[in-house]
Design a protein around this ligand. Sequence first.
Ligand code: FAD
Length: 369
Amino acid sequence: MAKKVYDTVVIGGGIYGASCAYFLKNKDNSVLLIEKNKIGSSGATSYSRGITRVYDPVPSLSRLSYTSLQYFLNWDKHNLPGKSPYSSSGFVYLMDKKHAEKAASFSQEMGNSDYPITVLESKAIAQKYPWIKNTVNKIAIYEHLGGYGNPTQTAINFANGFKEKKGEVYENCCVQAIKQISDQLWDIVLPHDTVQCKSIVLTVGAYTKKILPTLPIFTRSISLTQLVDHTKAINISLIDETIETYIRPNAGGSFYAGSQVFEIQDTPDLLNESNSNEVVDAMTRLNDLIQKKTAHQAFNAMKGYDSYTEEKAPIVQFIKNQPGLYVAAGFSGRGYKCCIAIAKEISTQVHAYLNSQTVENKLKWRYKL
Ligand SMILES: Cc1cc2nc3c(=O)[nH]c(=O)nc-3n(C[C@H](O)[C@H](O)[C@H](O)COP(=O)(O)OP(=O)(O)OC[C@H]3O[C@@H](n4cnc5c(N)ncnc54)[C@H](O)[C@@H]3O)c2cc1C
């Protein structure tokens, strides 16, 4: 019997692989999704706490996040699979007051009745969030409906939706290599077989170098310290640009805090397991951010990682001279908040390729190879 040739094999079942597979299947393509562990349970997606906001110093990323947030906030209306994985805790971005003009023009440009954004002056921040230690000379962009999602659950939802549409999934299956057979055919080498396809969407995140060693993508660790919040006051996602830290609330009286200590390697297997320097750094920054009387105490820390590029923007494109090979990786610690907008755009481009059409890559937030 002749071997089945899939329109697309999506390699990697993190948030990008699962959502790309779902949107490609919606366009009636035959798609196989292959994940080396369980969907959403390894890679950056499994560590990520999914802070979701529109403001970002990079305007093209703000616009992608805004589009994605409309899907997160109106999950059922858009007929997305499963229950919404999103919590609107509110989001605050603290910055030096010398950026007041920038904050005002951002809130005017991006804020509206569907997504209200308010600029808070120093006094208003102190009144609203008395646990913040020092608001002098600071202003805040307050996104009323910002918050956080559950990245693992988001990937599982998309993979389940994909399966419901008869998409095929191989879990616990590690792709060993990809081989171009002709202009229109690829072999995907599995531990005990090969499968064939016309196009590949490679979404293996920080493992990209194992499959395509020459791409300028590397692994960077991202550590999170988990703290108990005895006062239960910390209930919003927050980034403080001046202290260079962030916090993300967690249901059940704990929250996460970020650090600026990180390690760089080719692939995640090479990362050092220890993260004590990261915890010290997170606590030092946190002590500058929140009042002492807001009793907080570290009880856990985890060292995750994401795929990065030098420019901290992803590679999201077909690879030159390798027809049908699309790479989406290098989301540099910011891939969750914009994932739906980007996955939809990827599916449009790959679907057009399968139908011998060319469409412009409209993604502005990307590293151009
Ligand atoms: C601690 C942490 C906090 C973060 N916080 C935020 C945040 O607040 N907001 C935000 O927007 N973003 C955040 N991010 C970033 C965001 O979560 C990532 O950019 C995003 O999850 C990347 O998804 P991905 O699908 O590209 O990669 P991954 O999630 O890494 O998925 C890659 C998948 O490929 C699989 N795979 C690898 N090799 C193979 C193979 N050979 N065969 C088959 N499968 C393979 C892996 O098992 C994995 O499941 C954070 C990331 C981390 C680590």
